[in-house]
Write a protein that binds this ligand. Sequence first.
Ligand code: SF4
Length: 169
Amino acid sequence: MVRVRRILVETLLAGVRWPEQKAPRIQQVLREITARCDGILSLDFLADLEIVAARAWLESMSGVGPKTSAAVLLFSTLRKPALPVDSHHHRVAQRVGLIGDKVGTVAAHALLQSQLLPDWDAQQIYDNHELLMLHGQKVCHYQAPQCTRCVLTDLCYYQRLCAQDQQIE
Ligand code: SF4
């Protein structure tokens, strides 16, 4: 059974970065879920929990933080409105001033989710995440953001700081 799972995990991770590090970690989480759910490898029961409780259950497993718990709930068939914040999403949120520049990724989850309308459904949460993430990937790069072709220039806190620095120089 474990052998089948390893093959399945490695197949699912094809094309993902650092598969050799991720595969054993995922196997460990699968074993932990099975042990905690009376031998059943399923998270379907999370559908009956409130989001806060479902996230707390997931995050009680070692190595599972808010990004993973939100991603599991949002991207899976559970389809719950939980907001994941990856590094691109986080960077754009800081630069446009949605969160402070000292706010880390863990704290950013609660802050950014609290800024969304409480009646937004999972698709709207998904779209919000995708837009910020894709903006970070395609335009607002970590190094050399392409501000001259950015639609957020007028709103961007980071861009104003850069413009001030250039005036001082
Ligand atoms: S103006 Fe520049 S720093 Fe601001 S969001 Fe756009 S690309 Fe990022």
